[in-house]
Design a protein around this ligand. Structure first.
Ligand SMILES: Nc1nc2c(c(=O)[nH]1)N[C@H]1C(S)=C(S)[C@@H](COP(=O)(O)OP(=O)(O)OC[C@H]3O[C@@H](n4cnc5c(N)ncnc54)[C@H](O)[C@@H]3O)O[C@H]1N2
Ligand code: MOO
Length: 402
């Protein structure tokens, strides 16, 4: 099969989004999930006229029309208490931040602007405005107003908002069951001691960690490069998971069995090999129009790039998240890349003094060199149509560390 372009690969993948339905989860466990319902205010926000400072509450007309500057303290009212009224406009209530104002009061003066002595509060020589220091009932939202629309990624602010409107269970998008399967005889578990020519597996934990941001608890499995073992493992995975993320074994090597095994099992290949670096041997397919299989080339940077450039957008679209607009940055160095491939450069992002996002490319030793991934922030997508990329030009970025 011919190598396809990045754009075509993206199109094919996006044509295979899936709907996993919805489920209710307690709001404490909803962070990172995708909201599948509108949240409405169960009461006005704020629910009452609320003092925004500690001080005294007065009737403004006594200050303005009667020229009063001293007020007899009628009572002290804490937040949460039933509003206390004054019986005459020469009185005030000492009121605390967050307390509800009675309808006989319409203005709050801070402690800093008064002197309280012997049961009387005297206002300093300052200008007072009617209605000051009061957060009016319903000013933010009215009862029944939408406070959050559906298809949003649930952020800490949204969890707080849900709690404030008494939503104990949130309807969220159901997540796919994901298996991450690493392959390769040279790979040992993190706890094991590698021989001089073996490596510790790292792709699986990296992928798993990225997925936790979306609330996905993916399972990790490892298979050695044995055709029948792979066949058995993948077959079981296809029965129990919605998505398989495989790493390694998709290139030209004598033990790169993955494409063969998958096709043997009836997985439909939608493409193999993309005009890109890293990640050229990327393989993608579907099983019985249900399961979706991403087989990433084993090099850690290839895996990381393909995960952010292809899998996460697929996931976000499948979960119906409001898609954020693409991000761009200004290249800070001339770069040459003379192969007819899209090049995904690792870049360090900064915001300059004019507020422009700039991208500083970082040299790497190919897709097996993952040492820079912690010092860089994004892949910059340099299109295959060009070989020379000039300082000052603007290209798309795929952030991973921001
Ligand atoms: N004759 C050719 N050889 C290669 C080509 C090619 O076009 N022709 N493509 C190269 C490219 S590009 C890549 S990328 C690699 C990808 O090959 P595979 O997908 O078969 O990956 P492996 O050979 O299994 O592994 C590559 C490399 O990554 C290490 N690895 C694998 N899995 C993990 C893991 N879970 N954690 C950490 N490291 C991992 C593995 O040990 C290898 O060093 O093929 C080129 N060859
Ligand atoms: O895709 Mo490979 O990642 O170019 O090394």
């Amino acid at each position: 099969m011919e190598l396809i372009t990045v754009e075509r690969a993206e199109q094919i993948i996006q044509s295979q989004t899936r709907d996993y339905g919805t489920i209710r989860v307690p709001y404490e466990h909803s962070l990172g999930r995708v909201l599948a319902e509108k949240l409405v205010a169960d009461r006005d926000l704020p629910p009452f006229n609320r003092a925004t400072v500690d001080g005294i509450a007065i009737a403004y007309r006594a200050y303005k029309e009667d020229g009063l500057r001293s007020f007899t303290v009628n009572a002290i009212q804490a937040a949460g208490e039933t509003p206390l009224a004054i019986s005459s406009t020469n009185e005030c209530i000492e009121i605390m931040t967050g307390a509800a104002l009675d309808s006989s009061l319409d203005t709050v003066v801070r402690y800093e602007d008064i002197v309280v002595a012997n049961g009387t509060a005297t206002v300093n020589d300052i200008e007072i405005k009617q209605g000051q220091n009061i957060h009016l009932q319903g000013k933010d939202k009215k009862e029944g107003d939408v406070v959050a629309d559906a298809c949003r990624l649930i952020t800490p602010a949204l969890v707080g908002l849900a709690a404030s409107v008494g939503k104990t269970d949130l309807l969220v998008k159901r997540l796919p069951k994901v298996a991450i399967v690493t392959t390769g005889d040279e790979l040992v578990g993190v706890e094991e001691n590698p021989t001089p020519y073996q490596l510790r597996r790292s792709n699986d934990v990296t992928i798993q960690s990225v997925l936790t941001r979306y609330g996905i608890q993916a399972d990790r499995l490892h298979v050695n490069d044995d055709y029948d073992t792979m066949k058995g493992t993948f077959q079981r995975c296809l029965q129990s998971y919605d998505v398989l993320l495989l790493t390694g074994g998709v290139s030209m090597g004598k033990f790169d069995y993955i494409p063969q095994v998958l096709e043997h099992l009836g997985v439909k290949k939608l493409f193999h090999k993309v005009r890109q670096r890293p990640g050229k041997p990327f393989w993608f397919g579907t099983y019985q129009d249900q399961q979706v299989i991403f087989a990433f080339p084993g090099n850690p940077v290839s895996v990381f790039m393909c995960l952010h450039r292809y899998f996460l957008p697929w996931l976000e679209r499948s979960l119906d998240v409001k898609i954020s607009s693409p991000q761009y940055a200004v290249l800070q160095h001339d770069m040459d890349f003379s192969y007819p491939l899209h090049y995904f450069a690792q870049v360090k992002l900064e915001v300059d003094h004019q507020g422009t996002v700039t991208a500083q490319p970082v040299e790497s030793n190919g897709s097996g060199d993952f040492s820079n991934l912690i010092y860089t922030d994004a892949f910059m997508e340099l299109p295959l149509e060009k070989n020379k990329f000039k300082k000052g030009e603007v290209y798309k970025i795929w952030p991973y560390n921001v």
